[in-house]
Design a protein around this ligand. Structure first.
Ligand code: EPZ
Length: 422
């Protein structure tokens, strides 16, 4: 397993281009299976999760060509015939569960493995299954697999997501657009990833009211066309590099290819730390303050503070002058990075779903272990501001969600080397 050797104490100055969004790409790749013609998607990042999902589509019979040098994926869904997604692929990446909605939505049948848990705990799919039953899909469980069956036309109805769920909203959209007479999702997720999927489906011919709101009403359409689309830039990668820019006096980053509209109130919260944030169209500049102010946050569904940025924010707060807290109301146990940051010298501890942080603590390099995608990058952020050298193990977690991370950071002054496992 590859690891990073990171020499800390070097300011970051220069330009980083933001890649396409992983969490926006996966739903529209799944959505391509609903089309009657080939689909081409631009701005697809070179990430392990994309390669994994492309293989899941190949298993069911879709033709998938990923021109990864140009970040373009071509999908031909017209020969799909094997309506199953196996455990050994679904367990690698939870979003493969989107195959349930795509296959039953298009073909009336799907057999998909239940996803496993993940590094920070159980991640249920009960809302996906109850929502599908509510619209008239028959769901049964068989040795860890979900079997979904649906007639040509199903009655639809309505279903309330409690809590609001990105994945459940995606799966219910995929399952309903070609089958449900009229189906309303209440408390639907409003993340940009869901809005992009709704627009992708509507542009293909789907009938969806309420796009961008928490109430989506879908009415059956008989077929969806193929075509060409452009994937959103990655708002979590963007937020991660904005936090990197704030963490060390002298840092001055220019981030290009951004969509600031996807950040909600995050830029304002970062400004409250004393960080200079300027937004000019698709370019965002971030300049670190001499003294970082502690700003406590609590995650929430969009447009609240993203849970996918809470580990990175906590890492930054170790360098703020004062006490602060980070609370995750979406995932109550997403704090596996805390003991690793403590190894670097951070003064922080958990109390239920809150981490309490006392800054500013000088950090000193050590060996630390990646546990999941966003926790891993919080360790890289901390290692870059630590004295001496750190070793970040199991960086395959990072390769799942950050395109060319060390290349992008080294180009602006970081000192990261990747040691490939034998
Ligand atoms: C998506 O996961 C993202 N993944 C996650 O990003 C992100 O952290 C999460 O949304 C929240 O924003 C992708 O988009 C591929 P949820 P998802 O269903 O859809 C509960 C990353 O780092 N829930 O919105 O699985 C659940 O336990 C990944 O890129 C149920 O109770 O998240 C959680 O508390 C990590 N029952 C809350 O909803 C269900 O059936 C939100 O989960 C489904 C969810």
């Amino acid at each position: 397993m590859d690891k990073f050797i990171i020499k800390g104490g070097h300011p970051l100055r220069g330009t980083i281009k933001i890649s396409g969004s992983k969490n926006a790409a996966l739903p529209i790749i799944a959505g391509s299976l609903l089309a009657d013609e080939p689909v081409t998607i631009h701005n697809i990042p070179r990430l392990q999760d994309i390669y994994t999902f492309n293989n899941v589509l190949r298993v069911v019979g879709a033709k998938v060509h990923f021109d990864d040098q140009n970040n373009v994926v071509h999908i031909d869904p017209t020969q799909v015939s094997y309506l199953e997604a196996p455990y050994d692929l679904v367990r690698k990446m939870r979003a493969s569960f989107y195959m349930l909605g795509a296959l039953v939505g298009k073909h009336g049948y799907a057999k998909v493995s239940l996803p496993g848990g993940c590094a920070w705990g159980p991640r249920p799919v009960d809302l996906h299954l109850k929502g599908m039953e509510a619209m008239g899909i028959t769901i049964s469980l068989d040795k860890g697999y979900v079997i979904a069956k649906a007639k040509e036309t199903i009655k639809g109805g309505e279903f309330t997501l409690n809590p609001s769920s990105v994945g459940a909203t995606v799966n219910l959209l995929l399952a309903s657009v070609l089958r449900a007479e009229e189906f309303t999702i209440h408390n639907a997720a409003q993340e940009p990833d869901v809005v992009q999927l709704c627009n992708f489906l509507a542009e293909r011919g789907a009938n969806i009211d309420g796009i961008g709101t928490s109430t989506l009403t879908i009415r059956k359409t008989n077929s969806l066309s193929g075509g060409e689309v452009y994937n959103d830039p990655d708002r979590i990668e963007l937020g991660t590099y904005m936090i990197a820019g704030a963490m060390y006096p002298g840092n001055d980053l220019t981030l290009t290819g951004c969509n600031a509209a996807h950040l909600g109130n995050f830029p304002e919260q970062l400004r409250e730390t004393g960080t200079e944030v300027n937004i000019d169209g698709s370019i965002i500049t971030v300049k670190a303050p001499e003294v970082l102010q502690p700003v406590s946050i609590s995650t929430a569904i969009y447009p609240g503070f993203p849970t996918d940025l809470q580990a990175q924010w906590a890492s930054m707060l170790t360098q703020a002058s004062g006490e602060s807290t980070v609370t995750d109301t979406v995932y109550f146990d997403r704090f596996s990075y805390v003991p690793e940051l403590v190894r670097l010298g951070a003064d922080m501890h958990n109390e239920q779903n809150t981490v309490k942080i006392i800054g500013k603590t000088p950090l000193t390099g050590a060996s630390v272990m990646s546990t999941d995608l966003r926790a891993s990058v919080s360790l890289v952020l901390a290692a870059m501001v630590s004295k001496n050298t750190s070793e970040v193990l199991r960086v395959y977690h990072l390769d799942r969600g950050y395109e060319s991370l060390e290349t992008k950071l080294n180009a602006v002054g970081a000192k990261i080397s990747r040691i490939e496992a034998e």
